[in-house]
Ligand binder design. Sequence first.
Ligand SMILES: Cc1cc2nc3c(=O)[nH]c(=O)nc-3n(C[C@H](O)[C@H](O)[C@H](O)COP(=O)(O)OP(=O)(O)OC[C@H]3O[C@@H](n4cnc5c(N)ncnc54)[C@H](O)[C@@H]3O)c2cc1C
Length: 337
Amino acid sequence: MIALTKDFELESTAGAHCSRSDLEQWRSDLHYDKSKYKMIKEIQKELPRIKSNISLAKYTTFKIGGPAQYFFIAKEKKDVIEAIKMAKKNGLPFFVLGEGSNLLVSDKGFNGLVIKFQVSNFKFQDPEVVAEAGTILEELVKGSMKRGLTGLEWAAGIPGTVGGAIRGNAAAFGNSIGDVIKEVEVAEITRVQPVRIRIFKNKDCKFSYRDSIFKKNPNLIILAVELQIEKGDKKKIKKEITKNLDYRKKNHPLNFPSAGSVFKNPPQFSAGFLIEKCGLKGKTIGQAQISKKHSNFIVNLGGAKAKDVKKLINLAKKKVKEKFGVELEEELEQLGF
Ligand SMILES: Cc1cc2nc3c(=O)[nH]c(=O)nc-3n(C[C@H](O)[C@H](O)[C@H](O)COP(=O)(O)OP(=O)(O)OC[C@H]3O[C@@H](n4cnc5c(N)ncnc54)[C@H](O)[C@@H]3O)c2cc1C
């Protein structure tokens, strides 16, 4: 209803028939937008490339979610540090975003700063690899295949960045990223200094099933990593990657947007098996559906809302608890709820 001109004149698109409450609403909208405008101008002095009100849907593999109040693409490590410092100084909550491939963003979006990691230089030092946290994991899989380096074949087909993979200890076919980590460079947000750079050795990362110290402590932001992989047989590596990609094509609903597995597998049975046994395969709410191909995936059939995905998540948890007494735990990260 209200559009702001540069000098904050009120441009009403409404006619003369307006109630007192409409006018009051306009005034409060105007006041709100004015202060927001001032704030973004102030913030832009500290972080010039920062944007406001950016839809997060296109930054997630689910293609779901409302806007980020502030959005900043970090292309270098120093951008990450600057963005964190700015957020701390202005008391803004912030969220570090990789490829958004393990993420459900609420329909309301996120009231704070999203720092999108595109810090993505990497170098093969055969056999070790050094990579910044925004490097796409698949780039490292392809690079190692070309060089005949073994250790990352399992990761073929996992979307996402190295940082996102380390935080959630991404894994497949019995292997995990934690198995190949030598050390991780971290920006630690402390109370006394804005940011402290630290090196975590593998054992300090406390990797376990879909878990790490970085998941437990949100004050640890992953900046870069050194991976320890080995010389291997090029042909064998290629064969293994092809096999893993074929398995995914056959078993996962790759033709619809999703965020991968929704739940962690409980100790005895896979989450997908339990959900399917509750008769929920293909269950659809709005445009969100428990995949007909794999019941631990929820897919976006086109224009799905986060609230519908949440309903399916809660339904699956409820039914599995009732039928099997098992508490399903989300693997999927959630933002803005
Ligand atoms: C089709 C499909 C298949 C998948 N298959 C698998 C699979 O086989 N195995 C598996 O483990 N996962 C799988 N996933 C899930 C997902 O790809 C991984 O979890 C991936 O590692 C997430 O990385 P990301 O960069 O997308 O992280 P995001 O989704 O962007 O973020 C995930 C979390 O990590 C945090 N984060 C991101 N970067 C950093 C950083 N630099 N420092 C600190 N925290 C950070 C975010 O704040 C967020 O909390 C799949 C997903 C899809 C869509």
